[in-house]
Design a protein around this ligand. Structure first.
Ligand SMILES: *[C@@H]1O[C@H](CO)[C@@H](O)[C@H](O)[C@H]1NC(C)=O
Ligand SMILES: *[C@@H]1O[C@H](CO)[C@@H](O)[C@H](O)[C@H]1NC(C)=O
Ligand SMILES: *[C@@H]1O[C@H](CO)[C@@H](O)[C@H](O)[C@H]1NC(C)=O
Ligand SMILES: *[C@@H]1O[C@H](CO)[C@@H](O)[C@H](O)[C@H]1NC(C)=O
Ligand SMILES: *[C@@H]1O[C@H](CO)[C@@H](O)[C@H](O)[C@H]1NC(C)=O
Ligand SMILES: *[C@@H]1O[C@H](CO)[C@@H](O)[C@H](O)[C@H]1NC(C)=O
Ligand SMILES: *[C@@H]1O[C@H](CO)[C@@H](O)[C@H](O)[C@H]1NC(C)=O
Length: 258
């Protein structure tokens, strides 16, 4: 019996060692951790909410990247969406198969290209991958949370707005020009080796799951396991609406249904 016990003790030790080795391995391969709904707690400093880390020397300094956005009554043309995101409206129109002057029906999933770079160096905890845009507060009552969650739909976070703007977050008034860092990331060496060219920041909505998101971008090379890996997620983890999920792609994404 004693022999058995010490045997199982050894097995346990071995198991723990394997786990911690794989944990180490995992974190060195690790890419960008998912915000995990921490963007809701504006007054907490979570590094994952401040941006995607680009501090390792092996990271690509800049790249073309993509984000998704859902049209609203205020942002329902390629031009207004491109202005909000500081990107090219002809490219927004082309990627989504719209004409540049079309009005887009509400809640349509739009793909927009952005230039992503390892900037955000001055931000506490940085450098972060981000795409810079500006937003003029439009009415009194807007907060960093409403700008991040409602206007930008989760493409940025209140924590990164607080950390990268000098305005006191309790005294925001209409007319202030807020600096908005849009979360984005460039492919890691491993992703490049695996044939991935872009990371799309997909905005999760109600009812989404990783499998379904992988399927909807399958034509551009999306794959379930590579999405989990890119976001440091495991199959059992829950994903939340109004948070971005990085989707590694091999080809330019488009809105065509697969
Ligand atoms: C968050 O970080 C900033 C800058 O590093 C600091 O000024 C602030 O007090 C921190 N807030 C909390 C809640 O820890
Ligand atoms: C926007 O993209 C189009 C191609 O879709 C290109 O011809 C044009 O030069 C770009 N405009 C700017 C300002 O970069
Ligand atoms: C783009 O839109 C046009 C007209 O709205 C349509 O005929 C065409 O099939 C669409 N193309 C794709 C690739 O969805
Ligand atoms: C960013 O990643 C590097 C390398 O993995 C790590 O040393 C550093 O602590 C990370 N920074 C943050 C803010 O998580
Ligand atoms: C944002 O505003 C700042 C100053 O308020 C300006 O220096 C910067 O060029 C603007 N950036 C963009 C992308 O418009
Ligand atoms: C700005 O505020 C006005 C008045 O509240 C509103 O009608 C308009 O839709 C807002 N525009 C944007 C872009 O949010
Ligand atoms: C975030 O924005 C969405 C869309 O406007 C809204 O439905 C949701 O309630 C907001 N979340 C919070 C926590 O306010």
């Amino acid at each position: 019996m004693a022999g058995n016990n010490s045997n199982s003790g050894q097995w346990l030790l071995l198991y723990l060692c394997i786990s911690c080795i794989s944990l180490l391995f995992h974190s060195s391969q690790a890419q960008q951790s998912y915000v995990n709904n921490k963007q809701l707690q504006c007054e907490q400093n979570y590094t994952t909410t401040l941006g995607y880390n680009c501090s390792t020397t092996s990271t690509t300094p800049s790249c073309l990247s993509y984000v998704t956005f859902r049209s609203t009554t205020d942002y329902n043309t390629p031009v207004s969406i491109a202005n909000l995101l500081n990107t090219n409206s002809s490219e927004v129109a082309r990627l989504n198969n719209f004409s540049e002057d079309s009005t887009i029906s509400p809640d349509t999933l739009i793909i927009a290209p952005i230039s992503c770079s390892c900037s955000g160096a001055r931000a506490p905890g940085g450098p972060f991958y981000q795409h810079q845009t500006n937003y003029s507060l439009n009415f009194t009552g807007e907060t960093y949370f409403s700008v991040a969650n409602n206007t930008y739909q989760g493409l940025t976070t209140c924590q990164s707005l607080i950390s990268q703007n000098t305005y006191d977050y309790q005294n925001l008034v209409a007319g202030m020009e807020v600096n908005v860092p849009v979360r984005c990331a460039c492919p890691s060496k491993k992703q490049v080796d695996d044939g991935y060219k872009y990371l799309l920041a997909y905005l999760i909505t109600w009812g989404n799951n990783v499998n379904q998101i992988a399927r909807s971008f399958r034509d551009s090379g999306a794959n379930y396991m590579s999405i989990l890996e890119a976001n440091e997620l495991e199959a059992k983890n829950i994903i939340f609406p109004f948070t971005p999920l990085l989707v590694p792609l091999k080809k330019e994404p488009n809105r065509k249904k697969s």
